[in-house]
Write a protein that binds this ligand. Sequence first.
Ligand code: PHE
Length: 456
Amino acid sequence: MKSVQKHAIWRRKGTFILAATGSAVGLGNIWKFPYIAGENGGGAFVLMYLLCICLIGLPVMVAEVLLGRRGRANPIMAVQAVTRESGSSRGWNVIGLFGVLAGFLILSYYSVIAGWTLEYVTTAARGGFVGLDGESAKRAFEALNANKSALVQWQTAFLCMTVLVIVFGVTRGLETAVRVLMPLLFVLLVVLMVYAAYVGDFAAGASFLFSFKFSELSLKGLSLALGHAFFTLSLGMGAIMTYGSYMPSHHSIVKTVLIVGILDTVVALMAGLAIFPIVFATQGVSPGDGSGLMFISLPIVFGAMPFGTIFGTLFFLLVTLAAWSSAISLLEPAVAYLIQRFRFHRLSANLLIASLAWLLGLGTVMSFNDWSDSTYFLGMNFFNFIDFITASVLLPLGGVLMAIYVGWFMQRRSLRSELRQESRKTFTRWFTIVRYVSPALVLLVFLIGLYGKFAG
Ligand code: PHE
């Protein structure tokens, strides 16, 4: 393929793992997972989510990395290169376009939520968590959301941070950040978990997350679990494909994907184990409290803990960083596309996409105050709608198209060559899953989800 010589390849072993983990571990794990698990029956949701990760997420992730590495370009052009090589229809190029769109839409609301974490860094540092109880923590969160100019200010700050990294080149700064700070986030989550177990109701929290009640299974929960599997692994939109395109060809894709998948899942479960014991031990806070769950429960822990001001500041700072390394991967595919396809300058491509994401993000800002009760968009407010369209529609759709493409249309020879490090048995297993199981499951859940949505 022509683009091979032109495209940079990461030299250091482990850079893919770092970058992919940086992309995967983010607000999805620490903010989103606990609150959607809380709203959808705890254990039943967690079980469905874990099944979706194993049967769909990981196999599709292998497919996505493989496409990127084979195509060696941004998502749209990588897919084009691979379809050219396999002589398949150009219609497949929609995969890349969907991805660029999904990344952009997610970035628009992601930056508003990351804005909350920035605000909480400053609140923690000012000692604002000291002595918080359920009621006052809730009031503080509501007060932030009523303050539109603060929300916009933090959203803007976060987008500027993201643009800055992409303009000055992704790998070096990010690599160091991820290498040092991700392990620190991990350690801090352990500390939080232990402390939450000590002051909170650990038994209730753990049983909520891990005891499975059949009656709690719901169609809505299933479709959310599937969507979240894609969201949390950054799948189906080209982020992982972009990173795959930089991966040296002698590394094992399956092994790397397993490491990233395990790390990502562990972080989500740890966040859940830090948050729910507090939720169950605090008056006025309940698992179904929605998108503010982390911002209401964790400040209570920090407020009660020795050195809570320092730990709290550090924690929200690290969450912001995790969000930052995810946001970069949301923005990069679109930017790379404008550069490679339309010869945009890197800076102008960045500024264009980030400004549009900022503008669209104002809709999310309004969804937490003036428009919170609006049902204008398929019965949802703007933020819930964008979240639905991306996590429940675009990402699974992009992912399933990748699986179908790789399973049915790509030359077997190219697949075998990209996965030559794997044993024949592993290859066959993966191939069967990607060819039959994942697409069938995604389509099923997808139809069920749409049915549930529109049938009430
Ligand atoms: N995986 C990220 C998270 O969990 C979000 C994300 C989705 C990033 C899609 C890139 C692409 O927060």
